[in-house]
Design a binder for this molecule. Structure first.
Ligand SMILES: Cc1cc2nc3c(=O)[nH]c(=O)nc-3n(C[C@H](O)[C@H](O)[C@H](O)COP(=O)(O)O)c2cc1C
Length: 184
């Protein structure tokens, strides 16, 4: 193996590319984020990082709530669109024909057409440098039932993608091993 050193600025991989809703009512906006991940199981907490120059930054600061909406592979264009245009200039919901759906707990709307949605309330905020990191407690989760088996995401049905080095990579359907399989 011929290993070489890379910049410490390289991203972890694979990353998700999720569309986050922020803001409420007519102000509600959508932003694509790759800096999204679960960081605690009890309480369930996720972290998302947003640059202060984003329009969405003002909205998460104002309402301290957000919703993570995960796209299917057929919603790749919507995801890329939300990450390349600003809500300062246009209404992404209208441009993409996306529907605001009422959440169970938070005021920020879910994207109805995206099959997985996680409602989160900000419990902590940390200024790290280029990005401000928000820790959000997950207060409700929704999924299209067709992707669920035994109350969890079914790896044989999930149809999504990851983000690696600026590219969107399709994830082949189907588990290739189960957590703990090496114990046997
Ligand atoms: C795949 C992808 C991942 C992104 N990840 C982040 C991120 O983690 N944090 C961030 O601040 N911006 C990220 N961006 C950039 C914002 O989505 C982009 O600047 C967006 O247009 C901001 O929208 P807004 O001005 O309406 O808030 C990402 C964009 C793409 C396409």
């Amino acid at each position: 193996m011929d290993k070489m050193e890379l910049s410490t600025g390289i991203s972890t991989f694979p990353m998700p590319a999720a569309v986050i809703s922020v803001g409420i009512g007519d102000e509600a906006n959508l932003i694509t984020l790759a800096y999204v991940g679960k960081v605690c199981s009890s309480p369930p907490v996720v972290a998302v990082s947003i640059q202060p120059r984003r329009h969405s930054y003002q909205l998460i600061e104002k309402h301290r709530e957000f919703v993570i909406n995960y796209p299917t592979i057929n919603q790749l264009r919507e995801m890329d669109y939300c990450g390349t245009r600003s809500g300062r200039d246009l209404n992404k919901w209208e441009e993409l024909n996306l529907t605001k759906e009422k959440g169970s707990v938070v005021q920020v709307p879910l994207i109805k057409e995206f099959p997985w949605n996680m409602e989160c309330k900000v419990i902590q905020r940390t200024e790290l440098g280029t990005h401000v990191c928000y820790f959000g407690e997950v207060v409700a989760v929704h999924s299209d039932s067709k992707f669920i088996r035994n109350n969890n995401i079914d790896p044989d049905k999930i149809d999504t993608f990851a983000y690696v080095s600026g590219n969107y990579i399709g994830l082949k359907k189907g588990a290739i091993g189960r957590h703990g399989f090496s114990l046997n």
